[in-house]
Design a protein around this ligand. Structure first.
Ligand SMILES: [Zn+2]
Length: 135
């Protein structure tokens, strides 16, 4: 069958190798482009009792009071718990977080802050993000 279209086994393997390299290159281009667009849209997503409370874009400095118990602040592309009335203060000592997937948790007040990209939040509408950034 290979002989009929004038290709040797070596030619066929070379073509196959080229196709694989091209496919990998294409996949990497897509992955890189997606990463670039996501990295500009990192949010500090605040949840209280597991329920969505607010999302603050990490590229805008802001502060948020959570139910009068916790104050978190976004500054310089990172988020941290500025103050809290919990007894352990573990959330305050956690320090600054800025990478996708990092979390700050205040167990006594049932507040969690996680750094997430908007695209990974199917349950949160665009409106919720707009509302949070307008605060
Ligand atoms: Zn705490």
């Amino acid at each position: 069958m290979l002989k009929r279209i004038g290709l040797t086994r070596g030619d066929a393997l070379a073509i196959l190798a080229l196709l694989i390299v091209a496919a990998i290159g294409y996949a990497m281009t897509i992955a890189t482009a997606r990463h670039a667009s996501d990295s500009g849209r990192l949010y500090a997503v605040v949840r209280v009792d597991g329920e969505f409370y607010a999302a603050l874009p990490l590229n805008e400095d802001s502060a948020l009071d959570v139910n009068g118990h916790n104050v978190l602040r976004v500054s310089g592309g990172a988020v941290f718990m500025e103050s809290a009335d919990c007894p352990d203060k573990l959330c305050v000592r956690r320090g600054r977080v800025s990478s996708d997937g990092q979390r700050i948790v205040c167990l006594p007040n049932r507040v969690s802050i996680s750094v997430e990209t908007q695209t990974r939040l199917p349950g949160v509408s665009e409106r919720a993000f707009d509302g949070a950034s307008a605060k």
